[in-house]
Ligand binder design. Structure first.
Ligand SMILES: [Zn+2]
Length: 68
């Protein structure tokens, strides 16, 4: 599960998010959902230049089964 660092909400499958960094944060950054980006900017966080990511659909990884 990916959690938004601002609203502490678990992102829904397929939901987009980006990485933001507060001052002195680790380079890995924090996940911020699109709804909270204005809040993060108000806190003085910087948006990470990495491409936006998507939360994986739940169970997608295990849905591919080998057909015998
Ligand atoms: Zn959020």
């Amino acid at each position: 599960m990916t959690m938004c660092a601002v609203c502490r909400r678990n992102l829904l499958a397929g939901e987009s998010y980006r990485y933001w960094r507060a001052r002195r944060d680790l380079p890995s950054g924090r996940v911020v959902c699109f709804l909270c980006e204005s809040e993060a900017a108000r806190e003085g966080w910087m948006r990470d230049p990495r491409r936006p990511s998507h939360e994986n659909a739940v169970g997608l990884r295990n849905s591919v089964r080998r057909v015998a």
